[in-house]
Design a protein around this ligand. Structure first.
Ligand code: PLP
Length: 366
């Protein structure tokens, strides 16, 4: 891993307060532009999932480049983006409108154009009770092979739509999470996503529900959306990460975020970085070895993580010295961003100073 840009090589990182999340502005904007033009070429609406960056500034960039609205995973994320002025939000999650969530959903629906995911008739009934009379609408989640949430058959989908009563059901959505199981699955899983949503939407249309939205997407499948799909919802593409590179969904030079970490201790055969599990997360996908890749140090391995320690091993002569600041490409960037409160933006202009962006929706898991 040597091809990761994070600003001018002359920049002095020793003054950085680590661990810190460094975002390369050039790569970030290029990633946003590339996905927006891919969606345009394919004639698809782009509704990026903002759970990856959770940052209002980055969502503004996505909208400025043509995204039609935003996707979120939780009501809490939706609240943050609604109060920042975003008006078109899709909670792509099987929401249970119970407890405090019912009133929060009502308040959101009064403020923005709200779409809500649902995959059971019982949840559809709760959503109908809570959102009846608002401008909110529902999308039924379909399981396209990931075996997570979503209906599996058109019959189940019809039962969900029936549960929604007079609350409009405007479409279907799926997330082909099985594109993450092994490298190179993007095209095949993109096709499966298309088949799954088309099949269920056709049955719903026959049942009298006009389906205007067929929404699919993940970063590996986003460029391979199938015919009939109207919208894609990739999230990770803004930053990419070691897993996307490992899966073959991007090249290493598309990674826009690295974790800057300082060597704080040296043992006989290892060193310790100050980025532990509370920074890198313990995400360890099967296709990867170690808890992140250290830029320019391919023979070093992040072997173990504690809350605030990362134990790095490798050839002793290549171990970095105390105080050195290293850049780590995280395995899975989404939880890494969620664990911090700010992004340190390395501007395109090497003369310009560093800018800090807040992770506005960090830890909004409910
Ligand atoms: N849509 C849903 C429902 C998701 O769960 C996710 C990610 O988990 C996405 C879209 C975005 O996928 P990715 O992170 O691969 O870009």
């Amino acid at each position: 891993v040597t091809d990761v840009r994070f600003g001018s090589p002359d920049r002095d990182w020793s003054t950085l307060d680590t661990p810190a999340l460094l975002v390369d502005e050039v790569t970030l904007v290029e990633n946003i532009e590339a996905m927006a033009s891919r969606a345009r070429e394919l004639g698809l609406a782009l509704r990026p999932h903002v759970k990856t960056h959770k940052c209002v500034e980055i969502a503004r960039l996505q909208i400025a480049h043509g995204a039609e609205g935003l996707t979120v995973a939780t009501i809490g994320e939706a609240e943050v983006f609604a109060s920042a002025g975003f008006t078109d939000l899709f909670i792509a999650y099987p929401v249970r409108a119970q407890g405090a969530k019912a009133q929060r959903l009502k308040d959101l629906a009064a403020a923005v154009a709200l779409r809500v995911g649902v995959d059971s008739s019982s949840s559809a009934e709760l959503l109908a009770d809570c959102l009846r009379g608002t401008s909110a609408s529902l999308l039924i989640e379909v399981d396209s092979g990931g075996s997570r949430s979503g209906v599996r058959t058109p019959k189940e989908a019809l039962a969900v739509a029936h549960g929604a009563g007079d609350l409009p059901v405007i479409g279907v959505f799926t997330h082909g999470g099985h594109s993450y199981r092994e490298p190179g699955q993007g095209p095949a899983v993109g096709a499966e996503e298309g088949i799954a949503v088309r099949r269920v939407a056709a049955a719903l249309r026959r049942g009298g529900y006009p389906m205007s939205v067929l929404s699919t997407g993940s970063t590996p499948t986003a460029g391979h959306a199938a015919a009939g799909v109207t919208e894609i919802r990739p999230g990770t593409y803004v930053f990419n990460d070691r897993l996307q590179v490992g899966l073959g969904s991007c090249e290493i030079d598309r990674v826009a975020l690295v974790v800057a970490a300082t060597v704080v201790s040296r043992g006989v055969d290892h060193v310790v970085l100050d980025a532990g599990a509370k920074t890198l997360s313990k995400d360890l996908p099967g296709v990867l070895d170690g808890y992140g890749a250290i830029v320019g140090r391919d023979r070093l391995r992040i072997e173990r993580l504690y809350d605030h320690h990362a134990v790095v091993t490798g050839p002793v002569a290549e171990l970095p010295g105390l105080g050195e600041v290293l850049a780590v490409v995280p395995n899975h960037v989404c939880p890494v961003v969620d664990l911090d409160t700010e992004l340190v933006l390395v501007p395109a202009d090497p003369e310009a100073g560093i800018v800090r962006w807040t992770v506005d929706a960090h830890s909004r898991s409910r």
